[in-house]
Write a protein that binds this ligand. Structure first.
Ligand SMILES: Cc1ncc(COP(=O)(O)O)c(C=O)c1O
Length: 420
């Protein structure tokens, strides 16, 4: 029995523990983000706890029911076929998955390698970037992800470089973010590399990556892009960004089972990232030698096509529109509340699903942890408190496709109730 036959014959097994998913038989071309009936069908493709209204999809994404079923089948398959499959056939299936992702991102198959998460991709890129000499400068910002900031700081010890931490302006705008990076580049002419975060996990802000990368490249400065949150959350032309080194996640907004990330290195730049810890000689230009995961969850990887099918059935633009609509549904009701600061601008180029806010003057992490607790315990809405921003902590709200407009209304009502 080959893998396809196995999966078909065990379909009932996979569904046994899950509520049956309604048929996804909708005519996509006649639907749009304003059609609530369409989104009710999609909501029912997810099995989500009713203990809280979960608006914390930023950590990772809940799999849809069809993807969960595929994952259970794949787990069963891997468990029963074990190395007999993995040693003989997994490589071919892996290559097919890479080919499909490469087509979607419009990049070469030899520019991608799967990882276990964005952390693995980005730490390999940052620590492996070998164009730095003692006395050079690298730059990161306050809205970047904590462990990537740490990886950048480690370059001081590891490569002898000067590490500069800048603050993204608050309130942020498209132009003042570009200006902030331009100023940083002017102030630090020895800068050789900057870390950019496409969608900040702290603020949800979409960084003007294309403009900042063009500006950096014109000065001979490389950009390493943290795209952990962007692919899947909104629609963009990856090639248009002009970036050469990128870490992605597939278990956040693509809805793949936990344990799958992705690394991209532009073909002519592979030699600028060291092979991982002596995995190959420095002249080796195989992108796959920049990562060594060891044994992975093969079932998670094999479920990537099912997650892509699910998303393609809905349509990336429809997903983006829905996520923005859920975000705006609550933000529009609190934007004029003078006791609330919404950190994520309403400029359509700068937000997707994630938006952060704080109550005016409540800037400590503890203030925001207390607010998160109130939202959870009194209003049964789950969000997350964040710290690390130059101007103080906030609450991050990340709705997903399993949320409704009513969920967003409930959050807005809670915030307005708390502020009196
Ligand atoms: C901006 C950003 N970068 C990187 C990561 C790391 O992702 P993972 O924990 O899946 O490795 C995260 C996770 O939340 C993130 O938000």
């Amino acid at each position: 029995m080959d893998r396809r036959q196995f999966l078909t014959s065990t379909a009932a097994f996979a569904g046994a523990s899950l509520a049956a998913a309604p048929m996804m038989s909708f005519a996509l071309e006649t639907r749009n983000a304003d059609d609530e009936n369409f989104w009710k069908i999609i909501q029912h493709q997810y099995e989500v706890t009713d203990k809280v209204t979960n608006m914390e999809a930023g950590y990772w994404g809940i799999m849809s029911i069809p993807v969960t079923q595929a994952y259970i089948r794949n787990t069963h398959f891997i468990n029963s076929h074990n190395t007999y499959y993995v040693r003989r056939e997994y490589g071919g299936d892996y290559n097919k998955i890479i080919a499909r992702i490469a087509k979607k991102l419009n990049v070469g198959e030899d520019e991608l390698v799967l990882t276990r998460n964005a952390t693995e991709s980005l730490s390999s890129l940052i620590s492996g970037y070998n164009k730095l000499s003692e006395g050079d400068t690298v730059i990161y910002a306050d809205q970047d992800y904590g462990s990537m900031q740490a990886e950048m700081r480690y370059l001081k010890k590891y490569r002898g470089v000067n590490v500069v931490d800048i603050a993204v302006p608050e309130p942020a705008s498209y132009q003042n973010m570009i200006d902030a990076y331009e100023k940083a580049l002017n102030d630090h002419p020895k800068c050789k590399m900057i870390l950019l975060t496409h969608v900040s996990n702290r603020t949800g802000i979409i960084t003007p990556v294309k403009e900042i990368t063009a500006m950096a490249k014109a000065r001979g400065v490389d950009v390493i892009l943290d795209a952990a949150h962007s692919w899947g959350q909104f629609d963009f032309d990856f090639q248009d960004l002009g970036v050469d080194f990128v870490g992605f996640n597939m278990h956040k907004w693509i809805g793949v089972p936990l344990g799958v990330g992705l690394m991209y290195i532009r073909k002519n730049r592979v030699l600028d990232i060291d092979p991982l810890r002596g995995e190959a000689g420095p002249e080796n230009d195989d992108v796959r030698k920049r990562i060594h995961t060891g044994t992975v969850n093969f079932a998670s990887v094999l479920t990537v096509p099912d997650a892509l099918d699910f998303r393609e059935n809905i349509g990336q633009k429809n997903i983006e529109n829905r996520l923005r609509a859920l975000r705006s549904q609550w933000v529009d009701q609190v934007r004029d509340n003078n006791k609330v600061e919404v950190l994520t601008p309403d400029d359509e180029r700068m937000y997707a699903a994630i938006t952060s806010f704080r109550l005016k003057g409540k800037t400590s992490y503890e203030d925001n942890a207390a607010l998160m607790k109130t939202l959870h315990e009194k209003y049964k809405i789950f969000t997350v408190a964040i710290g690390g921003l130059a101007n103080g902590g906030a609450i991050r709200v990340s709705p997903s496709l399993y949320n409704s407009r009513d969920d967003a209304d409930k959050l807005a009502a809670a915030i307005n109730d708390i502020t009196g």
